[in-house]
Design a protein around this ligand. Structure first.
Ligand code: SIN
Length: 281
């Protein structure tokens, strides 16, 4: 039906032999979901999708979800333009730290689609880390901490308490709402989650939004979280995607962390992003 070539021993696969501009049959859609649940990030090259084809692809994996706090494109409220202009030097980028998207929501996204429009010849890669592999290899002392325990997630960058100061050098091409007291609300999620389809267990903790473990203070949690994060992003659990125009990546947001590498000052980078929440297939 299509070919699936793993990118590394732990995570990621490139899929060839499918044209996502054409209608996607139920049979292909099911096989794509299975490929995603297995490899956690799947990549297609040379697709050059318009927004309606991107949304059709997104719907293969779940319902399209609108994101709070990040301004969508003028043309479509379901789409975010992940953009850094060539003129933006020495600024932070969207997703420029290891994270799982919007983990502070009661129902975090199941996954996202990134559709590359304009990318540097080199630089601007994205990394993903498999949190199921990280959980399976977690040393016993840290496993004891996370097993059966909730962690607290807060929408730090968007709230009042932690939001970066206005003068901080964040890329201005992507606009975010800051200072919403509701984003400071503490949301509990299990530190170890189970994938609803594969049943695989994974760590669900990330440095942007997780503040502490339930039953512990921030200070007590900090060294434990730091040790866990160091483990979570070991190269053995990661893949690194070099973008090309027309490339499309779909990833599972529950079982992975991702990181946008900010090493391309002076070059424009534009990808369209859509996000989805799972429905039972
Ligand atoms: C994101 O976190 O969604 C952005 C990823 C990227 O720009 O590579």
């Amino acid at each position: 039906m299509f070919d699936v070539k793993p990118l590394t021993g732990a995570i990621g696969a490139e899929i060839t032999g499918v044209d996502l501009n054409l209608p996607i049959s139920d049979r292909v859609a099911k096989a794509l979901r299975v490929a995603l649940w297995r490899h956690l990030i799947i990549v297609f090259r040379d697709q050059f999708l318009d927004i309606s084809a991107q949304k059709r692809l997104t719907e293969v994996f779940g319902e399209v979800m609108r994101l709070p706090y990040v301004e969508p494109t003028n043309d479509d409220p379901d789409v975010i333009a992940v953009l850094k202009e060539a003129s933006e030097h020495n600024v932070g980028v969207f997703g420029g730290e290891w994270h799982s998207d919007f983990s502070f929501l009661e129902r975090p996204p199941s996954g996202s689609v990134l559709n590359a429009v304009e990318v540097p010849d080199y630089g601007g890669d994205t990394l993903w880390a498999n949190q199921a592999s990280a959980y399976e290899a977690l040393p016993a002392d840290l496993r004891k901490i996370v097993e059966g325990r909730d962690a607290i997630h807060v929408g730090k960058p968007y709230g009042v308490k932690y939001a970066p100061p206005k003068e901080s050098r964040a890329a201005s091409s992507i606009r975010m709402t800051r200072g919403d007291p509701d984003a400071d609300r503490e949301i509990h999620h299990p530190a170890v989650i189970e994938h609803p389809h594969s049943g695989r267990k994974a760590l669900f903790l990330n440095p942007i939004y997780t503040t502490r473990f339930d039953g512990m203070s921030d200070a007590e949690s900090a060294p434990l979280l730091e040790a866990i994060y160091k483990h979570c992003i070991r190269p053995e659990f990661c893949c690194r995607l070099r973008w090309s125009p027309g490339a499309v990546a779909v990833w599972d947001n529950r079982m992975t962390l991702h990181y946008a590498v900010n090493d391309y000052d002076g070059v424009r980078r534009l990808l369209y992003r859509t996000t989805f929440v799972d429905v039972r297939h």
